[in-house]
Design a protein around this ligand. Structure first.
Ligand SMILES: Cc1cc2nc3c(=O)[nH]c(=O)nc-3n(C[C@H](O)[C@H](O)[C@H](O)COP(=O)(O)O)c2cc1C
Length: 353
């Protein structure tokens, strides 16, 4: 199947997939009945990759390469501009091989000239390809995606994965922007997070299990459905976030994504130590079903509820939210015990880049 029609099938099949909400139900806030703060003092400001952002939310990598993808990128970029959020474009590998589709990515820069836009490539890219992807949209950061389960589920997917870490280190040394390594919905564990930090990446986006499920999407596309058990493969977003924070907290920016569709889950991820929150399936659905205005309204509602939650934990900044008391129970608590993960609040400070 050519890469370009595959991109449109991903969009269409994602709309058919149920929403998928990351499970943070083992993480509990404690209500503070005496916060001694006013709601208008509560700010969502955060720092990521050395830049200060007015909100921790951003639109994660989705698409590019086809007329439909161009339309989606235009809507996403319009919403990102209106809300002042960063936005990542989808994998630019297609445009690096076929200059005819460069415009489907460039549209994001046209619509959001002064925005923080992030380029996106696969881990088989060369440093030269990485530099071209950054230049294509004049990007402020570069995402490198890791998607082995997805490749394995695609009949035409890659089967050779040696050398990715070395290539990532080469790219991190060669591009002018910070590099973010991300999954696409299967999560990142502590062991690999450590290797990535040592390879020089500036931030890690856990993109865990619980939202978009590429094993299900590829199964539907190729009509070669996998067994039910296989569809639960991956590290849930909350667990992956704890894993990555324990390895890379204070050494790299930490991003939570993967089913981050609710304000309460977003608040919990930030309280655990995420510096930013990536949204992909939700903005795609809203962009196509309702357009820019509906998407902007949904982002504003998430931000408004996030500020309410912060106040109810006695926090007026995200730094204070990270110090608000939390209780971690059940499966997630047990996972932390078995893996020897302890959360020290100091670990959760993102370093300057
Ligand atoms: C239709 C679709 C296309 C995607 N394409 C890319 C891509 O090109 N590059 C990438 O890094 N991630 C891609 N992703 C993954 C998202 O960036 C994100 O990691 C994943 O969907 C989990 O977040 P979610 O649960 O909010 O959707 C794609 C996701 C969807 C739904």
């Amino acid at each position: 199947m050519p890469r370009l029609s595959r991109k449109d099938e991903h969009i269409i099949n994602r709309l058919k997939q149920s929403t998928g909400l990351a499970d943070f139900s083992d993480i509990h806030f404690i209500h503070n009945c005496l916060p001694e703060r006013d709601l208008d003092e509560v700010t969502l400001e955060t720092t990521l990759l050395g830049a200060s952002l007015r909100s921790p939310l951003f639109i994660n990598a989705l698409t590019g390469g086809t007329p439909l993808a161009r339309r989606v990128n235009a809507i996403l970029a319009g919403a990102a501009r209106e809300c002042g959020l960063p936005m990542a474009v989808g994998s630019q590998m297609a445009a690096l091989e076929n200059p005819g589709v460069v415009g489907t990515f460039e549209i994001a820069r046209k619509i959001y000239p002064d925005g923080s836009l992030w380029a996106n490539i696969g881990s088989y890219a060369t440093p030269m390809m990485a530099r071209r992807a950054v230049a294509m949209i004049d990007a402020q950061a570069l995402q490198i995606h890791l998607n082995i389960p997805q490749e394995l589920a695609m009949p035409e997917g890659d089967r050779r994965f040696r050398g990715a870490l070395k290539r990532i280190a080469g790219i991190a040394a060669a591009v002018p922007t910070p590099v973010i390594v991300k999954e696409v919905g299967f999560g990142i564990a502590r062991e690999q997070a450590l290797l990535l930090v040592e390879a020089g990446v500036a931030a890690i986006d856990v993109s865990g299990w619980g939202g978009t499920n590429f094993l299900a999407l590829e199964g539907r596309r190729s009509r070669r459905r996998l067994s039910r058990e296989m569809l639960s493969w991956g590290l849930p977003t909350a667990v992956s976030l704890l894993e990555v924070i324990s390895a890379a907290g204070g050494r790299a920016g930490i991003i939570a994504s993967g089913g981050m569709f609710s304000s309460l889950n977003i608040a919990k991820a930030l309280a655990l130590g995420a510096d930013a929150i990536g949204l992909a399936g939700l903005p795609l659905r809203l962009a196509l079903r309702g357009g820019r205005r509906v998407l902007v309204r949904a982002i504003r509602r998430l931000e408004e509820e996030l500020r309410m939650i912060m106040l109810m934990t006695g926090s007026s900044t995200l730094g204070e939210l990270r110090r608000a008391p939390l209780v971690i129970t059940g499966f997630t608590g047990e996972w932390m015990d078995r893996r020897g993960i302890r959360l020290s609040r100091e670990e959760r400070v993102s370093p300057p880049v």
